[in-house]
Design a protein around this ligand. Structure first.
Ligand code: ARG
Length: 426
């Protein structure tokens, strides 16, 4: 018996992979693994149903709690962002692959299949984890390889060919069933692409959003909430301590009802392809906004500047799925030491799609009201003079040289300041 573990979502691509594994790749024992990271319950159910119809040994693995605790919270601590949206699909892939590896080890399988195409990011993310954890395993990607033609050549599958193939193997997917949007969903966010969204100037229709209200159907009055953090991780909403999964679930609802977390961007995929992506991630946007606000209260100026660089690098590594990369580990060493002070509370106002920070407090706050207030005597303003005098010394020297040069050429200082039309020479 040749066993293979198929990373299975229950969608058309991965379903087509099941008979393909048997007919073309010679695996007579197909084990399907669906990892629940908070995708719709209906998808999980449908996956189990289709797996049963196609006669696989099927497992549904609930990884929601682990996903939030380790992956989403890790993203919060790093303000996990790629090109302006909170990364979500990318942080779920390592966990999905990890669970597939665990199942393969348990069942003594040494081969993996997945339904990723050759255009996207997921092939990188999933195979990186599989190859890292099981370097000797065989990996097959039928969707990337394409459909085998009678003459031995291969070409990309079309949707209707996939449907025909699935139907011929006992999976009745109605031909009329035209799926308009390509959606990936987990508890940290929904990503919607395809259909008319491929036209970059086509406004996202209301129907693609399931978690967030359009601003015209939001409540008339703002909702104010407070988020508590401990050691950089979210722990409470409005003073009530919540388990990670419950916290994100509640926040998706609260922020989503106020229309917070819709993002429409052009995203650069790993292979350089630009894609138009729409995201809705109310909880993630709220938590990262709050977390940033708390960091701004407790971090030193230079620490915050550096954290911005660290976060950016972290986000890129996470986007690429390089979960065990040494740079990622090293960045996290910095992040984690800093996070020991990211404890406190942030108050937010949510209103018709907008999110406003309206307060923050922390026992580690570096803000000193006495120093900053205008009438304070603690800060002796006259002592600033010496520092002000030396401020920008080198750039003033540079300006001197430029001015001399201009004078020699008989041109005005106005040119130096790039003030068009100013001919005076100060
Ligand atoms: N572009 C995003 C990423 O690579 C999300 C892709 C999700 N897929 C989808 N069919 N919407 O992380």
């Amino acid at each position: 018996m040749r066993k293979i573990v198929l990373v299975y979502s229950g969608g058309l691509d991965t379903s087509v992979c099941i008979p393909l594994m048997r007919e073309e790749y010679g695996y007579d024992h197909v084990i399907t693994v669906t990892v629940d990271v908070g995708q719709p319950a209906e998808d999980i159910r449908l996956a189990a149903e289709r797996a049963q119809k196609l006669g696989t040994e099927h497992y549904t693995i609930d990884a929601k709690e682990m996903f939030v605790r380790h992956f989403c919270w890790g993203a919060v601590r790093a303000n996990g962002d790629y090109q302006g949206y909170p990364i979500s699909t990318s942080i779920a892939r390592p966990l999905i692959a990890l669970k597939a590896v665990q199942k393969a080890r348990e069942l003594g399988a040494n081969a993996f299949g997945h339904g990723c195409t050759g255009k996207g990011n997921d092939q990188f993310r999933i195979e990186y984890i599989l190859r890292t954890l099981m370097p000797d395993a065989e990996i097959v990607a039928p969707m990337r390889e394409g459909r085998l033609l009678p003459d031995g050549r291969r070409e990309p599958w079309t949707r209707s060919e996939e449907i025909d193939y699935a139907n011929a193997h006992g999976l009745d997917i109605p031909q009329s069933h035209s799926k308009i949007w390509s959606i990936d969903e987990n508890i940290w966010g929904r990503s919607i692409e395809g259909g008319r969204l491929e036209e970059t100037d086509y406004a996202p229709p209301e129907e693609i959003f399931l978690w967030t209200k359009g601003f015209d159907s939001c409540p008339d009055t703002p909702t104010e909430i407070s988020i508590g953090f401990d050691n950089g991780s979210p722990v409470s909403i409005n003073g009530t301590n919540l388990e990670p999964l419950e916290l994100v679930t509640q926040l998706n609802k609260i922020a989503g009802d106020n229309g917070v977390g819709r993002i429409d961007i052009m995203e650069d995929r790993m292979l350089g392809l630009k894609v138009r992506e729409n995201y809705e991630c109310p909880g993630a946007v709220t938590l990262v906004t709050a977390h940033r606000a708390l960091e701004a209260l407790i971090g030193t100026q230079s620490e915050l500047k550096f954290k911005g660089l660290v976060d950016r690098e972290w986000g890129e590594l996470a986007y690429k799925g390089l979960w065990f990369d040494p740079l990622k580990e090293n960045l996290e060493a910095f992040i984690n030491t800093m996070q020991t002070r990211v404890t406190g509370t942030v108050n937010l106002r949510l209103y018709r799609g907008s999110i406003q920070v309206i307060g923050r407090s922390s026992p580690y706050s570096l803000y000193n009201a006495d120093l900053a207030s205008f009438d304070s005597k603690t800060f002796n303003q006259s002592e600033s003079l010496g520092i002000v005098k030396t401020h920008g010394m080198q750039s003033r020297m540079y300006f001197e040289i430029k001015r001399d040069e201009l004078r020699r050429l008989g041109r005005s200082e106005g040119e130096l300041l790039r003030l068009e039309g100013d001919t005076s020479d100060a």
